[in-house]
Design a protein around this ligand. Structure first.
Ligand SMILES: NC(=O)c1ccc[n+]([C@@H]2O[C@H](COP(=O)([O-])OP(=O)(O)OC[C@H]3O[C@@H](n4cnc5c(N)ncnc54)[C@H](O)[C@@H]3O)[C@@H](O)[C@H]2O)c1
Length: 259
């Protein structure tokens, strides 16, 4: 039985993922921690309560793996603290940049532990990124529109960043649009990554959605993925948890590494 503990246990993802993980017969949720809701019961696990002290919770429950669904501002410090306690991690929290990932990789190797970071645990989203990277070879003109619920803190989404990175690795770098275009409202053309444009929509009602639109002469190609509910992330998270034992120490970045 694999023992896991959750950080961010009172959050939207924390609660939904604990339910999905606890339903598996080979994985047990032994610990839960958050800064809010401390002392309240974890609905998915009989007798488990949310702890407010991360290090004490980990020492007490001795999990094999710590799962982090906290916030972009907290995740890196959490990862470093958990590595110091010699635990493996699966991280779903977004917002880690390339420099953070490099530092995490070094710290994980030094601690001889695995840190599995996936900006998106939905299988369909991983396929969308893969298809987009392939299409970018033939269609270098591309814009990404990602749409999320209005409580999301980081923009663009981790999935959008990963999609742009994967397309940049395949795509001929070009400047898109008119060289002398004018933004009448600042930001109208969105963010820019290696010449590609990215737009973040934040509205109540959405969960997590992304469209990658390619334009060529006389044609467009749209690749779209929709997570209709947080259930879409459960299977990928369970895969990542089970894969930890097969990884070599260091950073694993992206669910595609184990598909
Ligand atoms: N990888 C994926 O597939 C995937 C899917 C959806 C969301 N996410 C990401 O997961 C993260 C959480 O999303 P959410 O919608 O659950 O957010 P949320 O705000 O509902 O929950 C975050 C929780 O983390 C807690 N928290 C903040 N700092 C903490 C700390 N230092 N220690 C412990 N707990 C702390 C907050 O109190 C809150 O309860 C975001 O970064 C989001 O982008 C990832």
């Amino acid at each position: 039985m694999l023992k896991v503990a959750f950080l961010g246990a009172n959050g939207k993802m924390g609660r939904a993922m604990m339910e999905g993980v606890a339903a598996e017969s080979d994985i047990a949720v032994v610990g839960a921690m958050d800064l809010i809701g401390v002392g309240s019961a974890v609905a998915a696990v009989d007798g488990l309560k949310i702890d407010g002290d991360m290090e004490a919770m980990i020492r007490k429950t001795d999990p094999d793996i710590v799962v982090d669904f906290t916030s972009p501002s907290a995740v890196k410090e959490n990862v470093m603290k958990v590595l110091a306690l010699k635990k493996h991690l699966v991280v779903g929290t977004t917002g880690l940049g390339a420099a953070d990932l490099k530092e995490i990789d070094e710290a994980a190797r030094a601690a001889e532990r695995v840190v599995f970071v996936a900006p998106n645990f939905a299988l369909g989203a991983v396929l969308m990124m893969d298809f987009a990277a392939r299409a970018a070879r033939y269609f270098p003109n591309v814009e990404v529109i990602e749409l999320h619920h209005d409580q999301k803190k980081d923009a663009p989404s981790g999935t959008a960043v990963k999609t742009l990175e994967m397309m940049a690795a395949e795509r001929e770098k070009i400047r898109q649009g008119q060289a002398d275009e004018i933004e009448k409202i600042p930001g109208s053309r969105g963010g820019e990554y290696e010449g590609m444009r990215v737009h973040s929509v934040r509205l109540p009602g959405y969960v997590a959605h992304q469209e990658v639109i390619f334009g060529g002469k006389g044609q467009t190609l749209t690749i779209r993925h929709d997570s209709m509910s947080r259930e879409s992330f459960i299977a990928g998270l369970n895969l990542a948890i089970r894969s930890i034992a097969d990884q070599t120490p260091g950073l694993v970045y992206g669910l595609e590494n184990i598909l």
